[in-house]
Design a protein around this ligand. Sequence first.
Ligand SMILES: [Zn+2]
Length: 458
Amino acid sequence: MGFKTMNGIKRVRSLIALWVGRGVLRTLQLSGRRGTSLPGFIANRISVDLLFDLLAQLETSVVVTGTNGKTTTSALLYSMVSSQSTPWITNKDGANLAQGLLAALLPHATLFGKMRLRKAVLEVDEATLPRMTERFHPTMIIVTNVFRDQLDRYGEVDHALAMLRRGISYPGIQLITNADDPLAASLGINREFTLFYGMDECPTDLEMRNEVRDGAFCLLCGSELQYTRVIYGQFGFYTCPTGDFSRPRPDYAGFLQADSVALTVLSRTHGKDVEQFSVQATVLGLYNYYNLLAAVAAARTLGISPALIASALIAYEAPLGRMQVYRGQTERILALIKNPTGANSILRAIESDMRTKRICFAINDADADGRDVSWLWDIDVESFLLHSACDQYFCAGHRALDMALRLAYAGVPRDQIHILHSLEEVVFATQSEDTPVYVLSTYTALYPLGTYLREVSS
Ligand SMILES: [Zn+2]
């Protein structure tokens, strides 16, 4: 078979995949179902080329990847770019594998496979990134951070880092990454087209905590990094004692005062201060201010004005499970947890809420949650107990007992731990007129909980 015929067959398969995918999409829409990757899954099974045929037509594309904060960073950036006149595409709900990307693009393609919209913010899983960039080079890649994920997902942190390094290894792609995270920052060392963001000033407590610190060693020589300031996890102001690696000076520096409602951003070019502006800090928690700073850096690099960025943030609503607040008789805040670092960041954010509160953990162990729940033992419950006023703990989900054991082991009095036998019970059991409830949920418990909480709020 000649090269031309091969290409012809590929083209026909890709078109058939498009039509089938669109057919499935239409059927789902008619039956009132939305927000699933199914059309993308089926179309991708028919032709793996379709995704790349559609991606190739994008004029501007931003890929958001990293261990934690992808969904929030994408949603924040999407809200900023959407404030322009041309509409953008995005994959909401964290569908960040090939089928999810395809499902997001399909509705915007004509029957002949022409994209009607040419700009996209796409959240991409770290393992999918190198397979994507092998064939398609986005305009910009944001790497939020690199943390140890659940043990049974990608294994070693080196593996995640290796995938990211391969994913960004093409010249011409603008990389935006985190200066305060030595692992993420190592991706940008001596790389052209790299911009760093980091917190030059933010509230931290100096006391060292018992947290997983993945990047505490220099990736160049293996020496232990020295910190003049620890922010959280491996984030901070670090330097290698041999002098071969240290925190890069951020091109977008964030300044955040304790209890402040504004994030001030200072941009620098070639070490010179260029402009300074403030935006409303519409998110909760220090880890989310990093997501905000990443999104602001990307939006500004794309040429969105500080005024547009600021106004987009006023209207911003957090996506499901990213600390969105449900107000009813009881105020409830829902947060997704999937690894110890993410869970610790959320506990830190909860600590900054000075009110007495209740906490509910909803822990499942389906494939999407991770089968191995040993990571619960890496959650720093002990230091949370020292710093926070929480009067009742609730545990729900398939692994409620594991979580209850973790809490008891940390020293939570037995009469403050309540086991719930279903997710529905979360709503009734945690009810209290004057005590807010933080609900920390793994992935598969998140959607049902979101539905129950929506029903009892407003
Ligand atoms: Zn070193």
